[in-house]
Design a protein around this ligand. Sequence first.
Ligand code: PEP
Ligand code: MG
Length: 325
Amino acid sequence: RQAQYRRLRNKPSVTKDGVEIRLLMNAGLLVDLPHIAEAGAAGVGLFRTELQFMVASSFPRMSEQLSQYAQVLDAVGGRPVTFRSLDIGGDKVLPYLRSIQEENPAMGWRALRLGLDRPGLLRTQVRALLRAAVGRELKLMFPMVSHVEEFIKARELVERELKHSRRHGHPVPETIRLGVMVEVPSLLFQLDELMTEVDFISIGSNDLFQFFCAVDRGNTRVADRFDTLGVGFLRALKLILDAANRAHVPVTLCGEIAGRPLEAMALIGLGFRDLSMSPASLGPVKAMLRSLDAGRLSARLLPRLEPGHPDRDVRAFLRQFAAEQ
Ligand code: PEP
Ligand code: MG
């Protein structure tokens, strides 16, 4: 199997009917990066910057962050990298950050909420990223955005840092693209406003599903209770995709479902073209899509998401469809 996937590494990531699918990799530490060449990823679709903070014993200094980000950009050899600003809180704990006990940490003081309340932290990170990406492209997205205004505040912070750098004669990135992780359902009702503000979006389906179905992503008692291929969630994903396409905003999906072949098949059927996943999933997903007729799948899948369709078991349909390929 491994050898079979390795052979696929340099084969095009194109479906049987000629649809190109961009397969990107999720990463968080420097040790992940050799996988980009080994697995043949087109870039890093999600770089989880909090990992460096989680393995440290105190806040990494600006210079340490800068060095990490520069090494990431060096290691990918010109391929695109999407950094995500610190996503701490929730299931991601920093032993050296004193935090108050929260009853619902996943919905508490985490990610960009913390970043906006403690702008010193976010500013240091943004400064490190701006310097690491001098002369190249900086793509940065913000986690756990619930309202468009939070993104606007984060963007203002980046703009202030950029001005600061220029004023002090520091060189800056060649281009800067700022985006939002769509992982809080409230954004589904602000999609049009969101699309006018962002340069790109990435769907964080792990958290989006958790909040969409009110099902704790880490609680095995309930985790299997609802299906990520349920009609409701697939409609939600399609809604986001359609809004992004209408506004010509690039959209990636970077939650764990992108790395599961049957789920990835469904995503391609919905119309997703950029998927980011853990390195070990790249081979299996590529093998799946190279034997997939994406047009035929879409034609059969999309009517099933219309209200009134008698058969709501999408997973069973997809299994059957996969068996026929
Ligand atoms: C997600 O929420 O889907 C995601 C990709 O981010 P994380 O798993 O790091 O929360
Ligand atoms: Mg998340």
